[in-house]
Design a protein around this ligand. Structure first.
Ligand SMILES: *[C@@H]1O[C@H](CO)[C@@H](O)[C@H](O)[C@H]1NC(C)=O
Length: 317
């Protein structure tokens, strides 16, 4: 049941990706598949990073953190689609919706910050290789990781505050598959000027522009240093160590731009929601594969772990 033309909302209805019954089955299995791929990919990376001593260095610590983030962030966005299909319950409480929005936007922020920290790590590795282990020591890495986690959860408080000021909603039907800022903003009949201003300032100063600038500058230095390397092999090797990170950064920024900077009037089409779904899932799904396909270390580590698993099996027989 929808509560039309009302000002006070106690729960929202998540319309989901498609309301066509036949398509719902397709969407369910598609989402389940995406989710399982993400889960297995990221958990594999996480296991390798934790188990293999050869991967105990800053780049892989951050990668491990990124995998945790990816799993959480995709679970937050996709769980409603999966549960709705099973239980048929499309409602979510007002607080649940706000919590989902808060956690999702914090994790996205977090991911941007973590990738920024990783670009600093790559900068030190390429531009200051002799002091790499001194500069990126355990204390510095832990500090950077903690800053990313904490800052991510603080940075998005202003827009949550602005949304909590909304007193009037046109309807409680969210035409999306989870509680995100833009769909909620469209439902509101309160004045959204302050929210738009807060989002603009947040985006400019904290969430996207500063990390982007920092990453961009790091890569200018990295590329300049790589170009100065005279040997072909050395140059390729140096580029190799940052290509995975650069690929993930490009995918993340592209997906954010597609997600939040496109015209909102076209949002109602099912196909756009499918597009948005792939956008949200792009980094979590692809991240582990980019790192394992492009990285000899990860591939070798995977083989080593498989081997030790096999020998464990034989020993127990
Ligand atoms: C996350 O990063 C911290 C700091 O570098 C590290 O100590 C920790 O092991 C990382 N976690 C994972 C699961 O990789």
């Amino acid at each position: 049941m929808s509560q039309k033309n009302q000002t006070h909302v106690t729960f929202f209805i998540i319309k989901g990706i498609s309301e066509v019954p036949g398509l719902q089955v397709l969407v369910f299995f598609l989402v389940l598949l995406l989710y399982l791929i993400t889960l297995s990919g990221n958990l594999t990376i996480l296991l390798l990073v934790c188990l293999d001593k050869k991967l105990h260095n800053p780049m892989y610590f951050f990668l491990g953190n990124l995998s945790i983030l990816d799993v959480f962030s995709l679970s937050i966005t996709l769980h409603k689609i999966l549960f709705t299909f099973i239980s048929g319950d499309k409602t979510v409480s007002f607080l649940g919706c706000m919590a989902q929005m808060y956690i999702f936007s914090s994790l996205t922020c977090n991911e941007l910050l973590m990738l920024t920290a990783m670009s600093y790590d790559r900068y030190v590795a390429i531009c200051n290789p002799l002091h790499y282990h001194m500069v990126m020591n355990r204390r510095v890495c832990a500090l950077l990781a903690i800053i990313c986690w904490v800052l991510g959860f603080i940075e998005v408080v202003p827009h949550m505050w602005a949304i909590s000021k909304f007193t009037c909603y046109k309807s409680n039907e969210i035409n999306h598959y989870f509680c995100d800022i833009l769909p909620i903003m469209k439902l509101s009949c309160s004045d959204t000027t302050i929210l738009k201003l807060v989002i603009f300032i947040e985006g400019l100063l904290l969430v996207s522009f500063t990390p982007f600038l920092f990453t961009f500058i790091s890569y200018i230095y990295i590329i300049a240093t790589i170009l100065q390397i005279t040997s072909n092999i050395g140059r390729r090797k140096a580029f190799y160590t940052c290509s995975s990170h650069l690929t993930v950064v490009i995918i993340l920024y592209l997906s954010l731009v597609c997600q939040y900077l496109r015209p909102t009037s076209t949002d109602t089409l099912d196909s756009n929601k499918v597009f948005s779904l792939f956008n949200t899932a792009a980094v979590p799904v692809l991240n582990p594969f980019i790192y394992s396909l492009k990285n000899k270390d990860v591939k070798l580590s995977f083989r080593r772990q498989l081997k030790s698993l096999k020998s464990l099996k034989f020993a127990s027989l």
